[in-house]
Design a protein around this ligand. Sequence first.
Ligand code: AKG
Length: 272
Amino acid sequence: MNVASTSHRLTAAQKKFYADNGYLLGLPPIYTREQMARLNAELPHLLALLQPGESTKDIREWHETSTYLYEIAMNPQILDLVEGILGPNFFMWASNFFIKEPRSPSTVGWHQDAYYWPMAPHNSVTVWLAFDDVDEVNGGMKLMPGSHRGGIIKHKKSLSTSSVLTLELADGTDFSADHAVQFRLKAGECSLHDDRAIHGSSANPSDRRRAGLTVRYSGTNVKNDLSVNPNFKTYLCRGVDEFRHNPIGPVPTTRYGRPNFKPVSNEEAGKG
Ligand SMILES: O=C(O)CCC(=O)C(=O)O
């Protein structure tokens, strides 16, 4: 699939902003609206593979079995952005959808991704690719600038039944969300965030769907604890894996497929 614009290498100012704040917005689109419409038109093929009782949040690590998702995760334009943060040697290892249908009460509690992941050191970036226009009206993500520099905070069981995560931080107790930044993205654009940055999102009371695909990347120095997440597989994106800490995943060959293992959920991997 053609890409929206030519490659964008992060500027020194963008790298500094990310280092200081733990996120980056205002990046050139990865896909045009037409390309995004085509990607959206393919989504039902994935949804058709969900089993009874599953929801879109169960589409985890399907890049391992779907070229549809693998091609997005390995899009050179996305990799150029990630390389600007992680440097020349990094791999991709996770993807999942965060979809809030119109008038969905579903929230994402305040959390740090790194708390959930059995991985060290902290050297991971999430790309949040907007499948829809996303803003404060339809439950776009919010993030606490600079919170990635404050260390990892112990999360507690969520009291909210609408949160898609079971562990979270309490605004006003564990931290103050007064200065949270509201992410706004057009379909086809993406944001970047650090695995230690505190972020979450509200419900979607609007008539518009709010869908995004997260793809996670880590420097090759990062090691996953296989005793916690035994299905962890890496796909080298750039450079060389001089550490060889982690298993390598097979490249998918079918357009739409689901893994034959049950991926470890955030909750299962979390240190609750
Ligand atoms: O999509 C959201 O609202 C939250 C996404 C998220 O928690 C993540 O990317 O780690």
